[in-house]
Design a protein around this ligand. Structure first.
Ligand SMILES: [Cu+2]
Length: 214
């Protein structure tokens, strides 16, 4: 999936950069310690300033920081842009303490909800291969829709709608959670994200019955 792929790239690059910086600092530190220990006594430098060295140091650090911020923002933009016209719309509402998924495009407005107690978890059914626009809001307090395996998380606010588009490229079922502490049953706010073939999705959406959501 796209989000997972982009997140993987960001995480890998930031890990490499952080490792290189850490090793460089460690190397300079080790060199300073060993040189002091092994050699003959050296008088400490009396210089109070090294403007040129400090300028290089600040410039390199600044370049790293600017690159990381800009690159991460660009990847974030890539993740959220929806070039394709979303074919499917689902209105997602978080509440204390579960989720409701509404399908306004169904012949009879279709809605999936649950209590998030025991096995009564709602299932967000989406088709594969079609862009799905999720309109995310909350009924009471702030929640956060999170599908850990897909590396996707977005906050759900009362009186505000956040949107994002996701396109599933294979069928499957993934566990979703609430990622914003929202009360004493926050820990139980689980749901399923289930991707089915477009044919199965249409049958489920317009045909009624539990079908794909079961
Ligand atoms: Cu929560």
């Amino acid at each position: 999936m796209r989000q997972r792929h982009i997140f993987g790239q960001v995480f890998a690059l930031e890990t490499v950069i952080a490792s290189v910086v850490f090793l460089a600092v460690l190397a300079v530190f080790g060199y300073a310690v060993l040189r002091r220990r092994a050699g003959r006594p050296v008088d400490p430098s009396q210089r109070a300033e090294r403007p040129r060295l400090e300028t290089y140091y600040v410039a390199v650090l600044g370049a790293f920081a600017v690159f990381l911020v800009a690159w991460t923002a660009w990847q974030n933009h890539r993740e959220h842009q929806s070039a394709e016209r979303p074919a499917v719309r689902v209105d997602v509402t978080g509440f204390q303490w579960c989720w409701t998924f509404r399908y306004p495009q169904a012949a009879e407005r279709r809605s999936v909800s649950g209590t998030c107690r025991g096995d009564d978890l709602p299932t967000l059914v989406v088709p594969t291969g079609r862009p799905v626009r999720l309109n995310l809001t909350a009924r009471d307090v702030i929640h956060s829709l999170w599908v850990p395996d897909l590396r996707y998380k977005m906050d759900a606010f009362p009186d505000h709608t956040n949107t994002f588009t996701l396109t599933m490229n294979r069928e499957g079922r993934w566990m979703g959670k609430c990622a914003e502490f929202c009360g004493h049953r926050h820990y139980a706010m689980h749901f399923w994200l289930k991707a089915v073939s477009p044919g199965e999705y249409d049958t489920w959406l317009h045909g009624g019955g539990q079908g794909a959501a079961a």
